[in-house]
Write a protein that binds this ligand. Structure first.
Ligand SMILES: Cc1ncc(COP(=O)(O)O)c(C=O)c1O
Length: 407
């Protein structure tokens, strides 16, 4: 049936069917008000009003759909959820106060005491702490295995294993997991495969299409891309997302409307930013590999990377994260970092500004020494989140780091 544009204040989802992720990033999920604003509106309100006591009762009783209170739903947050769900190819999304809240909410809503998790060793340090210290207190045990060795995953599975958790590419060593193989293993054992897709974003990798059950993001990273807000999101089928929603509605790690608006706008430039990040990162990785003071470079776009072929198959780009070891130890790594002048020394990643980090003493500093060693977080390791500045200027600044090693 034909319709005039006036009848539709927003673009019906069916009109975007089959469109590319580049289009979905600017068009999906917008909720337009009667003011007919072109850009997305923000709804900074904690609660919503009703026309009558009976309507309030119907909303609370679930007989009438609609907003009640912003811990449950908020139109700005729903707009962000609708857009990222479309981009990841998921049925639903639930936004959370941070990336860690997204991981916690997934665990709290889908696991119970006595369940077992298998997690890759090379995950973000706090994810490791969440599983080892906090989930363990509630009787959920986690076994850590190599991200890349499917045999280790197989061997770690127990009858009570309910979740396999991965980050691919991993932080900070950029190892790449075989998502299809791990999804098959999870499903053969009645477990879920959860993928932290923070490094690739849906622009470079869509884990649900590869067989994963749930995708997690720290929206703080590339989805915002300009280092402004902390947030997270879980994406997947309604049967799991309804459980996650039930948890955040009761426990409260909800995303704020303002943050949701920032992320919504961030998504609009995500495709072009990711391409610029990928181009700069590949160029820098090759350049670093040729530097005599560098012991090793970790970037899946390099032919020397052990999972280069796998990354080519399941990703449409290699991402913006590059890690490398300088020759020496902590002293040399710190001297290199302090030698740079423009690049920001900060733990955040995925920003348009290039950032530099010493993982062993920052993001992964809370890991026990033996866990650090197993995860390959050495004292001479430096992580770069490559931004979108001019490539020659990035080389100029990094060259100051190399100069500091000589002085
Ligand atoms: C891969 C990855 N996942 C999850 C998180 C946690 O996200 P947040 O800091 O938004 O809680 C981070 C944070 O650095 C991360 O790098």
């Amino acid at each position: 049936m034909s319709h005039t544009r006036e009848e539709h204040l927003w673009i019906p989802e069916s009109d975007l069917d089959g469109m590319s992720v580049d289009t979905l990033s600017v068009r999906a999920g917008q909720i337009r008000t009667g003011q007919l604003e072109h850009s997305d509106a923000i709804f900074p309100t904690s609660s919503f009003v009703y026309g009558s006591a009976a309507q309030a009762a119907a909303r609370f009783g679930g007989e009438e759909a609609g907003n009640i209170y912003s811990r449950f739903t908020n139109p700005t947050v729903q707009a962000f959820e609708g857009r990222i769900a479309a981009m990841e190819g998921g049925e639903k999304a639930v936004a959370t106060a941070s990336g860690m809240a997204a991981i916690l909410s997934t665990c709290m809503s889908l696991l119970k005491t006595g369940d077992h998790v298998v997690c890759s060793r090379g995950v973000f340090g706090t994810t490791n702490v969440l599983f080892q210290k906090y989930m363990a207190r509630f009787g959920v045990e986690t076994t850590f295995v190599s991200l890349t060795e499917v045999d280790e995953w197989q061997a770690a599975i127990r009858p009570e294993t309910r979740m396999l958790f991965i980050e691919t590419p991993s932080n900070p060593l950029c190892e790449v997991a075989d998502v299809k193989a791990l999804a098959t293993l999870a499903h053969a054992n009645d477990a879920l495969l959860v993928v932290d897709n923070c490094f690739c974003t849906p622009i470079l990798q869509r884990p649900l299409a590869l067989g994963a059950d749930l995708v997690i993001h720290s929206a703080t990273k590339y989805l915002d891309g300009q280092g402004r807000c902390v947030g997270g999101v879980v994406v997947g089928p309604a049967k799991y997302l309804d459980e996650v929603y039930g948890f955040i509605r009761s426990a409260g790690p909800t995303m704020s409307p303002f943050n949701a608006w920032v992320f919504q706008k961030g998504l609009e430039t995500l495709p072009i930013r990711m391409r610029a990040h990928c181009d700069n990162a590949l160029e820098l990785a090759k350049w670093l590999e040729s530097e005599p003071s560098v012991e090793k470079v970790f970037y899946a776009g390099l032919a020397s990377h052990p999972q280069h072929e796998l990354a080519k198959q399941q990703q449409s780009g290699f991402g913006g994260m590059v890690s490398f070891m300088v020759k020496g130890g902590r002293e040399q790594a710190w001297r290199f970092i302090d030698g740079t002048r423009m690049i920001s020394i900060t733990a955040n990643l995925g920003d348009v500004k290039t950032t530099i980090t010493h993982p062993a003493t920052t993001t992964h500093g809370r890991l026990a020494p033996e866990d650090k060693a197993k995860a390959g977080i050495t004292e001479n390791l430096i992580r770069l989140s490559v931004g979108i500045e001019a490539i020659d200027d990035l080389k100029t600044d990094l060259a100051r780091g190399f100069q500091a090693l000589e002085d």
